[in-house]
Design a protein around this ligand. Sequence first.
Ligand code: GCV
Length: 594
Amino acid sequence: MNAVHPAWLRRVNDEGVVLTRDPGCGLGPEAYTIARAGGVTTVVAADEAGLLYGSFHALRLDGDQPASTHRPAAARRMMQHWDNVFVHPVMGQVERGYSGGSLFWEDGALTGDLDRVSDYARLLASTGINAVSVNNVNVHAGEARLLTDRLGEVALLASRFRQYHIRVFLSVSFAAPMTLGGLDTADPCDAQVRAWWATATRRVYDVIPDFGGYVVKADSEGQPGPFAYGRTHADGANLLAAALAPFGGEVYWRAFVYNHRQDWRDRTTDRARAAHDHFVPLDGQFAANVILQVKHGPIDFQTREPVSPVLLGMPATRLAVELQATQEYTGQQRHVCYLPPMWSSVLSTVAARVEAVVTVSNAGEDPYWTGHPLAQANLYAAGRLAWDPALDPIELLDEWIRLTFPAAAAPVLHALMDSSWSVYEQYTAPLGIGFMVRPGDHYGPDVDGYEYSPWGTYHFADRDGVGVDRTVATGTGFTGQYPEPWRSRYESLDTCPDELLLFFHHVPYTHVLHSGRTVIQHIYDTHFAGAEAVAAMVRRWAALPPAVVGVDLHDRVGRRLAEQERSSVEWRDQINTYFFRKSGIADALGRRIH
Ligand code: GCV
């Protein structure tokens, strides 16, 4: 790696921070010791990376501090971008991107603003991120060429990230030996295919010696993969691993594999089961430089899901947990939705089992980086939690607020953001059932939008009840994929947590929750409460003098809050009306339902 960006180190020195690199200090890679006394901060580390992270920590310090040592919990902390090089006719420049165009690509070309890439690299490094993938996991024909004749552009990006200790990864197409190499197969057991990957990979390292490796979405939502050749995903991943191994590179192989052409009439197929069914039998068969990248929940980044059982069931495989900062299903950066309370609960279960935390980035060319200025907190916290999953999410939010806004704004920001995930959950799909979003763009309510579709995301509401029976006793058997204590907890109605009830069970509307309310009354109450909470957020923000946070930012947030309020009312009314009409059960409080 090159030396850390010299301008950054000068700036830190100017702030009175003394950085000492001492290879004999006994600290491991990326670790540092920091202390502050008499206004002078000292940072000691064995390597450049440790100094870099220590220098950012120095800027967060407030007052004198005794010496403390910090080291990352996960060795790899990656931001993945779903950025297309060419504007995609349906998905645009960034798939599920809500922050303007891509930071890296602009209508077929590399961005002309590499300094902004450097700014982004510094931003990511300040949170502890040390890896980034720069193109969409859905690799279209033009983007596939980043691996070959467009490698020079990737090298330019890598030169900017390198100065902040961030390695660049590429998403690659499993079919590349055919589409780029002209072979008539991409079979992982074919000698020519193996040779093609070896040569292509060597060329990458000729140009980018510290290249991180490949990210692969295979046999998933139309992407090519090893199933076409009757091979397993271990065969597929190990093919790329062999090509990368001589250079120290790694494969991030995604476990997001399921049948997206399911027959909705078939009640036995359960999308939640798919990743476990495909991957757990392969435990122990992956090469040493393969990391299996698993979405944190079994379906797809819904507002509430249980932890994926794959993360609990592959002890002989290196694992990464995948989080989604881009708010595809959580308000698309038009709604305030501070996600770390969800991420922390996931990490409290899996942090000790994963060696990488991967987050799908929510940043783009927007001047505020994230479209909704308050969505920056998700970007910031994703990196900080990857470094230390034990950090308290609300203290982390406080840290971000302190570093970003004047103290006078803090009470209002906390009022808007602390519970924003719960509030979003209140006015959207209830009790862990998920989806109920508009098909395609996934924004706003459409209760039956996916009910008769091939995507495997159903709620099964009828006049008597709602929810998916995933029990071993009477359902799809998904609960049986969990080890104890989760298996029994989710299997039994007595112990299944309310917030996941409809994920695991089909129950009558009159079923009484642990909270003491019936399911139908819970639906009504939470939807009225959620929309009211958003209205209160709007009032709080309007009462904050714009000058405290800057007039432009105040206006941007105000306009997004207005949309959140409109949307929350639409969600409330569609969900309440839908379930009132299905069940025929009136709201106990007699509120207006249509
Ligand atoms: C990149 C969901 C999203 C897709 C995304 C996919 C994935 O299905 O809607 O846009 O594709 O997840 O994670 O691969």
